[in-house]
Ligand binder design. Structure first.
Ligand SMILES: Cc1cc2nc3c(=O)[nH]c(=O)nc-3n(C[C@H](O)[C@H](O)[C@H](O)COP(=O)(O)OP(=O)(O)OC[C@H]3O[C@@H](n4cnc5c(N)ncnc54)[C@H](O)[C@@H]3O)c2cc1C
Ligand code: SF4
Length: 478
């Protein structure tokens, strides 16, 4: 066990939270370099010193996958970063990713006792520090792989749910093949979250590590079109299938003018920029509507909307405005993203809802007719619902509008797998404890079951599925 923190408790509690070094806001709003630069070892030690090693650590209770944070922090304090990384990986297969994108304020850091009177331990920043140290040291260890079982598992989708299931299953000796519809692996981590928040090289390293462990990958395979689940099981003789296809079908506002040129879904916009590298124009010739010297609005208040508006700013938008129908207090985006967006000059137009897009005679967007809103009674989500203020209508001029109001399930697999039970909104029904679906041998987890959630929850579902699939393959019982 790591050395116990010897500084008196009172002294530790006086140490201020170590800030994360960031790129200058003006500089970074014109490039795609990563905003957060990472802690250096001396800062990580100072931050680890703040932890008071609680007898009942709230940080662990509030981590969705129960990472042993107290032990990880103690190992950082002792300077054994590789052991800290190994401890992290016992519960979290992608720590360099979650250290960057988890909403820690609602999870581990939300449960940290220091947060009651001051600032919680910067757990996410420490997690990122050890994961980066491990990767940059070239010591990213390969776990031991059990003897081959002769069983094989097909995983559909290479997002965090699919990748974490693949890692666990291959370690148990099963043959694992991941089928991915797109030409790159990583799901939202690659096509959704921009480079300035999560460099693609980090995701690629994790995927390469899985490859070295023996996971097979096949890209450009749309399961449900190129091959069905039944064909995978019957013709290709997979013993089990894990469906981890996410919830990537964009929702629209359903208002007049949404068909106009210049109106995008945030998913399409981010995919063109991130996955197809429109941000590296002219080296990559991917068409994306030119944001340079244009007025861009993004509708929504979650991480997707925030990523889209910050991306538009980096692509040279004259103005980049976030339009959200509730107030900032109700926005689901991570607090850090909101702070960064403000620093980068994003305009926030809260309590505003577009009701129509207006175009010119050639079908190009020129503006959005908006209503001002006020907050009414709480709705089913517990947030106060937005109510239109009669007579408050006004025109917001814009040349590009990006809709980031959420996504839903793509029904392709469900419609080609008749005995798979789904909800009325096309999500797959799976037992929360086992991830088993209504179809023998088929498991499902991540956003395709829960609806759009978080990376860590998708990873947790992937790990649960792997354990459950292993039980099924070894016991043979359904
Ligand atoms: C822009 C954006 C920003 C986000 N930011 C954050 C954040 O900061 N923090 C956070 O915790 N969460 C964030 N999220 C949410 C998080 O990324 C998701 O909850 C998570 O990625 C879900 O993982 P998944 O494995 O279930 O699905 P996904 O990551 O969606 O992966 C599913 C994969 O399956 C593939 N697929 C789909 N259908 C098929 C098919 N028929 N055949 C083969 N392959 C198929 C898809 O191409 C995709 O690669 C964000 C989401 C978006 C869109
Ligand atoms: S709750 Fe905070 S102080 Fe307590 S063990 Fe966890 S990180 Fe340390």
């Amino acid at each position: 066990m790591a050395e116990i923190n010897s500084l008196p408790l009172k002294e530790r509690m006086k140490i201020p939270r170590t800030p994360m070094p960031e790129l200058d806001a003006e500089v970074r709003s014109h490039n795609f370099d990563e905003v957060n630069r990472g802690l250096v070892a001396a800062d990580a030690l100072t931050e680890a010193t703040r932890c008071i090693a609680c007898a009942k650590p709230g940080c662990v209770v509030d981590c969705p996958v129960g990472v042993k944070i107290k032990e990880v922090v103690a190992l950082i304090y002792a300077g054994d970063y590789l052991a800290a990384a190994a401890k992290l990986r016992e519960d979290n297969a992608l720590p360099a990713v979650t250290g960057r994108v988890c909403p820690q304020e609602n999870q581990c850091e939300g449960g940290c006792v220091l947060g009651k009177k001051g600032a919680p331990v910067a757990i996410g920043n420490l997690e990122r520090f050890v994961a980066d140290f491990e990767r940059e040291s070239g010591m990213l260890g390969l776990p031991s792989i059990a003897a081959a079982t002769g069983k094989s598992v097909a995983i559909v989708g290479s997002g965090p749910a699919g990748l974490s299931a693949a890692g666990d299953l291959v370690q148990k000796g099963h043959r694992v093949r991941v089928f991915e519809a797109l030409h790159e692996l990583g799901g939202v981590l690659i096509y959704g979250i921009p480079e300035f928040r999560l460099p693609k090289a980090i995701v690629k390293t994790e995927v390469d590590n899985l490859r070295r462990m023996g996971v097979e990958f096949e890209t450009n395979v749309v399961v449900g079109k190129s091959v069905t689940i039944d064909e995978l099981m019957r013709n290709e003789r997979y013993d089990a299938v894990f469906v981890a296809t996410g919830a990537g079908l964009p929702r629209f506002l359903g208002i007049p003018g949404e068909h106009l040129n210049g109106v995008y879904s945030a998913n399409e916009f981010l995919t063109r920029v991130n996955l197809m590298r429109a941000w590296q124009t002219p080296a990559y010739d991917e068409p994306v509507y030119d944001c340079r010297d244009r007025d861009v609005i993004v509708v929504g208040g979650g991480n997707t909307a925030m990523d889209a508006v910050r991306t538009a700013r980096r692509l040279g938008a004259r103005s980049a405005t976030l339009v959200y129908r509730r107030s900032e207090a109700e926005m689901p985006a991570r607090i850090e993203e909101v702070k960064h967006a403000r620093q980068e000059g994003i305009e926030f137009r809260m309590l505003t809802n577009p009701i129509e897009f207006i175009g010119d005679q050639n079908g190009w967007l020129t503006g959005a007719r908006c209503m001002k809103m006020e907050l009414g009674e709480p709705d089913r989500s517990g947030r106060r619902s937005p109510v239109e203020i009669q007579g408050s209508e006004y025109l917001l001029p814009c040349n590009v509008a990006i809709i980031g109001v959420g996504t839903t399930a793509n029904p392709l697999i469900q419609s080609t797998t008749p005995d798979l039970n789904t909800t009325s909104r096309n999500y797959i029904v799976a037992d929360p404890a086992t991830t088993r679906t209504s179809k023998r041998g088929v498991f499902a987890g991540g956003d395709i079951v829960t609806g759009g959630a978080t990376v860590i929850l998708a990873m947790g579902a992937g790990r649960k599925a792997a354990a459950s699939i292993h039980d099924f393959l070894t016991a043979g019982e359904w």
